[in-house]
Design a protein around this ligand. Sequence first.
Ligand code: HEM
Length: 393
Amino acid sequence: MPNYYDPHDEVFLANPWPVFRRMRDEAPAYFVEHLNMWALSRFEDVMQASMNRTHYTAAMGTTIDALITEGPKPSAFVFMDPPVHTSRRNILNPPYGKSAAALLEERFRQRTREFMAPHLARGELEIYSFASKVALYTIADIIGLSYPDITHIRALLDVWFHREPGIKGMTPQGMQAFGELHAFIMGLVRQFRVTLPPPGTHIHSFMTTPIDGQLVSDDEVFFTIFSLVITGSDTVALTAAGTIYYLAKHPTQYAEVRADHSLIPHAFAETARYDQPTNVLGRRVTQDHELHGQQIKAGQSVIFLFASANRDDREFPDADQFQISRRPARTLSFGAGIHACLGQHLARMEGRVILEEIMAAIPEYEVQIDRCQRTFTEFLQGYCHVPITFRPR
Ligand code: HEM
């Protein structure tokens, strides 16, 4: 087992849970020296830090890659503090409220059925890629991108995210894919300045709503599209695939869900707690302060180990057990504070509908556990390949 935490260490990435436990118990504010950043692993610390706007800023990035590099950051709302962050969230908010997510449900359900139909005839369905495609097309509608364009963007993102054994972080092919992605989306942004996508889409709103008398820059539109395609397609798919996987590993709980579909949202929520997909994000420190006897200095970074915080026994009894009967008063699955998940209502609706439709259409299936695969990058983790087989219809 590695000696505490290195976000790029392959041994750690393969099984982070024992390391997270040791960190929570022995070094809740752990200094990752080579990255000049503090890792917070306990629930309460991550909760408080997520809401702390006096000691931390998002303006130097929230991902590990952004935090470890100096220099100007992309103008993305996820990398902003109030008041600029607030003005962007206000423009983006409309499709993500609880009632807005409910309005999207019928269309989403139809699409889920449509994309599932060919698999039903074949008797095999791979949950991650199926869920990812349904979520991807939905976020395409919300952003204002065509399906071929978002599919091309997603394919380049997959190359960018791919990690190779022996290479810490992004591969050379990943860097090249990022360059292509940038050129491709910037080309679209220039076209959209001439021909707007339909009203109500994010791109339309960004291109027609001045903020402090000015429209947002092409760069900002690029990074907004980029962030929303990633967050809008991967996270729900990882959690839906994880739910199917963990239910297969817990047959009694699977039988309960089968018998009562109203338990589906709880199974999805428990998976988001147990195997939190956006496992680590952080901030830059703006003021010296002390935490657990450690001196945290302005200019260093602090990272929030969401995946560890959600496994903290101080908050969740028997946190290392998957239990869909939990009704936790608080979770960090969707973060907290002003950067809390923009898409959380949408995500809950999507996860529930995908799982409801699978259970309704396929009365009995077998999860091919030996073929399941995990991904664990320094940003996203979870089951990225969960095939199920069943009697063809
Ligand atoms: C199960 C699914 C999801 C999980 C577990 C999840 C988790 C999270 C977490 C933990 C954060 C907080 C980040 C921080 O504090 O820096 C976050 C932020 C965010 N999420 Fe999600 N998310 C999910 C689905 C989605 C979806 C479907 C969207 C689609 C729009 C989305 C968009 C965002 C955005 C844009 C932010 C950044 C908000 C900001 O900086 O103001 N997420 N998410």
